[in-house]
Design a protein around this ligand. Structure first.
Ligand SMILES: Nc1nc2c(ncn2[C@@H]2O[C@H](COP(=O)(O)OP(=O)(O)OP(=O)(O)O)[C@@H](O)[C@H]2O)c(=O)[nH]1
Ligand SMILES: [Mg+2]
Ligand SMILES: [Zn+2]
Length: 350
């Protein structure tokens, strides 16, 4: 295996995945960025630009089938012919479309969910980000940045730990250089990490501390909203620390498929629901409801439960829409098939 490919995360399992794609003379490469006209790839020989082949474009029924940052692709002379199956994928629903999945990044090992401690952490937003992070299949880690601006870091950290049981929660300051050593445990050669979080929390500043580079960052506006300084996703190879993906802040992170993510983030609520007297308890008025009992006893924060219900409804809604779409697509294909059979039969009588 070529050492540069290994540095980019290539390993025997990828080699195996490649060998199942019949086209042997294609070269593996990793998608670094995506722009209107095409892609920039990291290859064994260095960076190269590429476009997708006509066959790949026409064979892709959904936007999610196109290469994204972090994907391993097979390429020949600047043309991408195949995307190797993703190990992990970080998906969200496209904000303006009812049923469109957007894969934001692929083949990520660690998802850094970044929040800033210049204000009290937004626990509900963290639950949403963590749901998507767990669903991706990667290992989620919460980074509470700007600890230099927080009078009681311990309390903030404790509040976040409470809503993220089992998830590592680290406080640090990219600007003051405090607590950055924790990143060493996650950012290692051959591994890929992604920074996720709203605009202005310091994702790019953290990346700069890792790379020593000076990518643009910008002050948060007076009203607390960032300006989306980073405008596109980008995979960066960091000497001795593997790969890191910077992302633009997302104002809206809508759930796509998030069933497993919800179960992971709200395992406490799942467990309580299992203890309700009735298997189909709606936790509204039934006797023997463990969830209402826990809320009553102060063991479950009603706001956390409401947050869970909201995310659960959102997930159910998108699943329903998507299933309906899949069904109508199936009907369409059946019609085309029936028509082609009729035509064939008719021709047979000629
Ligand atoms: N006080 C303090 N400021 C920080 C820290 N980290 C980042 N900042 C500042 O926060 C502002 C936003 O940082 P960025 O790195 O641009 O934030 P971002 O998350 O990349 O934002 P987008 O690219 O818009 O998504 C900049 O002015 C940084 O200097 C920190 O640890 N402490
Ligand atoms: Mg940025
Ligand atoms: Zn119940």
């Amino acid at each position: 295996m070529h050492p540069r490919l290994v540095a980019l995360g290539w390993d025997p399992a990828w080699e195996l995945a490649r060998s199942t794609v019949a086209l042997d003379d294609l070269e593996p490469a990793r998608v670094a960025t995506q722009h209107r006209g095409g892609y920039v790839l990291c290859t064994a020989g260095g960076d190269a630009s590429a476009v997708v082949s006509g066959r790949l474009r026409h064979g892709s029924r959904t936007a999610a089938a196109f290469p994204v940052v972090g994907d391993w692709v097979l390429v020949r002379e600047g043309v991408i012919h195949a995307v190797l199956p993703r190990r992990t994928a970080f998906s969200r629903k496209v904000a303006w479309a009812a049923t469109e999945e957007q894969v934001a990044a692929a083949n990520v090992d660690v998802v850094f969910v970044v929040a800033a401690l210049d204000t009290a952490p937004n626990l509900r937003r963290l639950e949403r980000y963590l749901t998507v992070a767990y669903e991706s299949g990667a290992e989620p880690v919460v980074l509470l940045n700007k600890s230099d601006l927080c009078p009681d870091v311990g309390a903030a950290q404790a509040a976040v730990r409470e809503i993220a049981p089992g998830t590592p929660v680290h406080a640090l300051s990219a600007l003051a250089g405090d607590g950055l050593a924790v990143l060493d445990a996650y950012c290692r050669p051959g591994r890929t990490a992604v920074f996720l979080g709203p605009s202005g929390v310091g994702k790019t500043t953290l990346l700069n501390t890792l790379t020593g580079a000076d990518r643009p960052t910008a002050a948060v506006l007076e009203d607390g909203r960032g300006r989306h300084t980073t405008t596109h996703r980008e995979l960066v190879l960091v000497n001795g620390r593997g790969l890191v993906i910077d992302t633009p802040g997302m104002r809206e992170l809508q759930l796509w498929d998030a069933d497993a993510g919800l179960s992971a983030v709200f395992a406490d609520i799942d467990a309580l629901a299992g203890a309700c007297r009735f298997g189909d308890c709606t936790h509204e008025a039934e006797p023997g409801c463990a969830i209402r009992a826990a809320i009553g006893a102060g063991r479950l924060d009603p706001e956390r439960y409401a947050s869970y219900r909201k995310l659960e409804r959102e997930e159910a809604h998108v699943t329903k829409k998507r299933d309906a779409l899949a069904l109508s697509e199936e009907k369409r294909l059946r019609k085309i098939f029936a028509r082609s059979i009729r035509r064939a039969g008719w021709r047979g009588q000629d």
